[in-house]
Ligand binder design. Structure first.
Ligand code: DI6
Ligand code: FE
Length: 395
């Protein structure tokens, strides 16, 4: 298939890697040629489509979600608006553990149906890869069930799923103040069982005062290393605890949230080649005021991804376009950084090297937009200009 008469933001070079009056030639689900239409090497005699000058970008990648979960937390949302804080709710048996109760009670089919609502919203915005975390089971059976549901999304939708094991997300009620026992009796065995079942692509954790310390997370990361699994970490979201430095020491794919990260943390991420995953939906929902150190990440050349953090508590958001807008308006990221954050750098945050840019040999996962300039993707709110998504070369 030949796509022609398009502006192509390849995201493979400076200034969006923009190609004017461009074409993309696709065969067997891969890009086999891209460049200015005038330079097309041979006459093409397969099907072709005139895109009427529309913008083509790599399909979008949501590299941080908790999209599989039971129930919702609208009641807590209301309590917060009546004065309770996120930490107070967490300590009072609400927060993450209330979603744990709802998730444990839900069947696989119920969890899948719930997740598909948000998966479909993302696909409608041109998303081709979604990362999905466990972490609302906090027991061996339910952690595995969440990850099985995540894998099943690929069977029923044209989308790729990458799974992250997040057993170190919170302490369940029956292990209150017993983090060591929870880790050795539940979390690590759950990781091994899920990995043995082929359900784990990466290992994540929540390093925070209301969750796990850097020392505790190191135990989980050591086991991930033994199993040959890459790591990533929710770090520096609500306070500065040292999670980013820990992630960097383990060569993490990414450190996520990072509002409270500092200059030294940015340097550490640059050295380890880890991505900083920026999650403005959680910042916005929690009415956080500490802005992540975007300027330091820029100065040190830390790649920045942007994601929805789609979850029922701190980021009930299923729009990557809105995350881009928030990244720009709340954090002063540029529209080009925002687009790189949901394509090239999001792929890297997942350890994927076959997508995220438009280049020869990469998967033909593309998004075609009815816009004139790439900045329009970050500019509007609540408006979706997607014309067509192409997944593995297929419309
Ligand atoms: N940080 C978050 O923002 C989510 N998990 C995490 O570790 C919140 C999850 C929730 O509140 O349910
Ligand atoms: Fe998260």
């Amino acid at each position: 298939m030949l796509l022609r008469n398009a502006r192509i933001a390849t995201m493979a070079g400076a200034a969006y890697g923009l190609i004017e009056r461009g074409a993309v030639l696709i065969a067997q689900g891969r890009v086999v040629w891209t460049g200015p239409e005038a330079d097309l090497p041979t006459r093409h005699d397969g099907p072709e489509e005139d895109l009427g000058g529309r913008l083509v970008t790599p399909a979008l990648i949501d590299c941080h979600t908790h999209i599989v979960h039971g129930g919702n937390r609208a009641a807590e949302f209301e309590m917060r608006l009546n004065g309770a804080s996120y930490e107070q709710l967490a300590r009072a048996g609400g927060g993450i553990v209330s979603t744990v109760r709802a998730t444990r009670a839900a069947s696989e089919d119920t969890l899948l149906a719930g997740a598909l609502r948000f998966v479909d919203a993302l696909i409608a915005e041109g998303v081709s890869v979604i990362e999905v975390k466990s972490g609302y089971g906090l027991d061996i059976e339910t952690e595995a069930r969440m990850l099985r549901v995540a894998r099943r999304i690929e069977d029923v939708r044209q989308v790729r799923v990458r799974t992250s094991f997040l057993g170190a997300h919170a302490l369940p009620d029956d292990y209150k103040n017993q983090a060591d026992a929870y880790l050795s009796e539940v979390c690590l065995p759950a990781l091994e069982a899920a990995h043995a079942a082929g359900l784990v692509d990466a290992v994540d954790g929540f390093c925070e005062g209301i969750a796990f310390s850097p020392e505790e997370m190191a135990l989980v990361f050591d086991r991930a290393r033994d199993l040959g699994l890459p790591v990533k970490l929710h770090a520096e979201q609500l306070s500065h605890l040292g999670g980013t430095q820990l992630a960097a020491r383990y060569g993490a794919l990414s450190a996520d949230h990072v509002e409270y990260a500092d200059e030294a943390d940015a340097e550490a991420l640059a050295r380890s080649g880890s991505v900083a995953v920026i999650l403005p939906g959680a910042f916005y929902t929690l009415r956080e005021t500490q802005v992540p150190p975007i300027e330091a990440f820029r100065r040190h050349g830390v790649p920045m991804a942007l994601a929805t953090d789609c979850n029922p508590g701190s980021s009930p958001m299923a729009s990557l376009l809105l995350a881009m807008n928030m990244g720009c308006t709340l954090f002063r990221m540029t529209p080009e950084e925002a687009l790189a954050g949901v394509t090239r750098h999001a792929a890297r945050a997942l350890g994927l090297d076959d997508c995220g840019i438009i280049a020869v040999g990469k998967r033909a996962d593309l998004a075609v937009w009815t816009v004139e300039q790439p900045a329009e993707l970050s500019y509007r709110m609540g408006y979706n200009p997607l014309y067509r998504r192409i997944f593995g070369g297929e419309a």
